[in-house]
Design a protein. Structure first.
Length: 119
């Protein structure tokens, strides 16, 4: 599909970015409401850093698919948490959480790709 700029698929990309921004703004609004409920008189100065620590990043569903696709495209017979973690770090520029490793592992297993058990 050509867009007014003549670039195929650009409209689809823009719509996807808008959906991501809407989901992100909803998440921020919910987090704000949670904080206001817990701190009705405002957040004390010393509580800012612990609160920010709660905002740990989580792989999006699209990122889980991207990591699994990257690994599957290599054609190797199996992967372990180190392989998965390297790809997550390359895509997100952050260290992977145990939860993210497990989500990618489940995704690979769901498409029939063997994943070595974590030792």
């Amino acid at each position: 599909m050509l867009t007014p700029t003549g670039q195929p698929g650009r409209l689809k990309e823009v719509r996807k970015m808008i959906r991501v921004m809407v989901n992100l703004s909803d998440l921020v609004a919910r987090f704000g409401a949670f904080i206001r409920a817990g701190y009705p008189h405002g957040v004390p100065q010393n509580d800012y850093i612990p609160l920010l620590a709660l905002l740990r990043r989580r792989l999006s569903d699209d990122e889980v698919v991207a990591v699994a696709a990257d690994l599957a495209a290599r054609g190797e017979l199996s992967f372990d948490n180190v392989d998965i973690g390297v790809v997550i770090t390359r895509i997100t520029e952050e260290l992977p959480s145990t939860d993210d490793l497990e989500r990618v592992r489940r995704r690979l297993e769901s498409i029939g790709w063997p994943v070595e058990p974590d030792h």
